[in-house]
Design a protein around this ligand. Structure first.
Ligand code: ATP
Ligand code: MG
Length: 505
């Protein structure tokens, strides 16, 4: 029996026929039937270009419906889809092509020249381009290719994709994801979030990341729903489209921007049934403000490149602000001692570990890293610190690598940030550990003031007196205009640590 994920998608697409599958704000798009046919032509083109089962297809293109058809074509012929962040420079692409050894690199039309040079240097045999207006050499190849209507048989442990992690804590790692990993998670999410054929997803996320690609697109495909494909988050367009949508998936920055906008009302969101947030922590404050303005409680969930989605607030039942909910069906978790992996009692903070059919097959060409993080009993060490409250909801406390150890005491940045954020005039903050001659690490706060609020170091430190134990209080407070964030809204604490590294030296 074949386990090719595309077979399930194709069945749904045949059933849905002329119903919309994917449309742009400008109205361009494909019905399910058209998408199936177009992806068959792209599959034909990939075959002519020499892609065989198991070959990687590296893709760095701007968001378009055709990029998703390429993903489908790749699955169909048993290829391994390998999307790359559109922000990567030529030098970074050189690293990824060297690491992944793809049989084909699909780039933006404007980058074709540079892409050819890099491909030649790194031994990648073929380069094609794909633009956002159904243009590019790949689409030309597809127009003359013989469509491939067959679906290549795949085993459940065969790779469907290699997705590089965001590189928040170090160099990006290629997570090897199987047909079973992606298929099981999509099916679970369709159930958990009640996706159906009538849903219309407002899709404003990038498609080189697990959130916008696998969560959003696989769920849409698995449920036979449709999606509105937007190149990026643009509040004007979102407000125009909300009355026609039923679900939106976003990163927390989408929601903070919507909350700050007067157009956010119960009326404009009346047709929507679900708002999902993930990829970075959503503050309880944003969650509450969004509910107050719309009547919708945002559903926050937790996942990562290596595992797709693991934990989710309930669809029915209380969605607790500041938590990521409970394990999805089929997913197990445990919270363990950081060093021994021994499970800890409920309520204690420890390493979050995950096991289930969604957990990846390992890091591409990094056997040692894989051994460190994928334990023999099947649990994956997420690198996130968490605790479970008395209601069974999981709280993500922060990343293990961001934990500050000052004078031998553990300081959890989120706890300190939450107290700083309560101070009037603070917009947001990030707490980091910096090398310190006496304490090992010195707790340090980086604060973004609200508007033109007048804040100084003494005000912030005074506010913390009596609210936090002495060892948790920052030794220094710095002010910045904004925190460095990546496209998924993740705060780049590495950059802050670098910027202030000499503070105590
Ligand atoms: P790298 O692994 O390369 O350092 P990364 O971990 O940021 O980068 P991703 O796989 O894109 O790469 O992100 C997964 C991480 O995002 C999780 O480990 C977690 O730290 C964070 N995350 C995702 N969802 C949430 C959430 N709802 N709340 C808090 N953190 C979240
Ligand atoms: Mg990670």
């Amino acid at each position: 029996m074949s386990h090719n994920l595309f077979a399930t998608f194709a069945e749904r697409m045949r059933e849905r026929g002329d119903a919309d599958f994917i449309t742009t704000h400008g109205g361009r798009g494909y019905s399910h039937r058209e998408a199936l046919a177009a992806s068959a032509r792209l599959a034909g083109a990939l075959t002519v270009l020499g892609v065989t089962p198991g070959d990687r297809v590296a893709v760095q293109v701007d968001k378009s419906p055709e990029a998703i058809l390429l993903y489908l074509a790749c699955l169909r012929i048993g290829g391994v889809y390998l999307p790359l962040n559109t922000g990567y420079t030529g030098e970074e692409i050189r690293y990824f092509l060297t690491d992944a050894e793809p049989a084909l690199f699909v780039c933006r039309p404007a980058n074709a020249g540079e892409a050819r040079t890099i491909a030649a240097d790194t031994g990648c045999p073929t380069v094609e381009s794909l633009g956002t207006a159904s243009d590019g050499s790949l689409m030309e190849a597809a127009a003359c290719a013989e469509p491939r209507d067959d679906i290549v048989a795949r085993g459940e442990h065969d790779l469907a994709a290699i997705l590089y992690t965001s590189g928040t804590t170090g160099r990006s790692k290629g997570a090897m994801l199987t047909h079973r990993n992606l298929g099981s998670n999509a099916a679970t999410l369709v159930e958990a979030w009640h996706f159906g054929a009538d849903d219309r997803l407002i899709h404003a996320l990038p498609i080189f990341h697990t959130h916008g690609l696998f969560v959003a697109c696989n769920v849409t495909l698995m449920a036979g729903s449709s999606m509105l494909f937007l190149p990026k988050f643009d509040a004007d367009v979102i407000f125009e489209e909300l009355p026609r949508g039923t679900v939106m998936m976003g990163v927390p920055t989408f929601y903070t921007r919507l909350v700050a906008d007067d157009r956010l009302t119960p009326e404009v969101t009346a047709n929507m049934r679900l708002f999902v947030s993930g990829s970075a922590p959503l503050t309880a404050e944003t969650h509450q403000a969004f509910e107050a303005k719309t009547g919708h409680a945002i559903l926050e969930r937790y996942g990562m490149t290596e595992t797709n989605m693991n934990l989710s607030n309930p669809y029915d039942g209380e969605r607790r602000a500041g938590t990521v909910g409970m394990p999805l069906p089929g997913v197990e978790y445990r919270i363990t001692d950081r060093d021994t992996h021994a499970p800890l009692p409920r309520g204690e903070i420890g390493m979050l570990e995950i096991r289930g059919p969604n957990v990846f097959a390992g890091y591409w060409r990094m056997p040692e890293k894989t051994r460190e993080e994928l334990l023999e009993d099947g649990f994956f060490v997420t690198g996130d610190l968490a605790m479970v409250d008395e209601h069974g909801y999981v709280h993500i406390v922060g990343r293990d690598k961001d934990l500050v150890i000052s004078g031998g005491y553990n300081v959890y940045p989120k706890e300190v940030e939450q107290v700083i954020d309560e101070l009037d005039g603070v917009h947001e903050s990030a707490v980091i550990g910096l090398p310190h001659p006496d304490f090992g690490e010195g707790v340090t706060a980086v604060v973004v003031p609200e508007g033109d609020a007048h804040l100084d170091e003494v005000r912030v430190l005074d506010h913390l007196q009596g609210r936090l134990a002495k060892y948790k209080q920052p030794k220094r407070v710095f002010f910045v205009d904004s925190l460095p964030r990546n496209t998924m809204g993740k705060v780049q604490k590495n950059q802050l640590r670098q910027q202030f590294e000499d503070t105590y030296r």
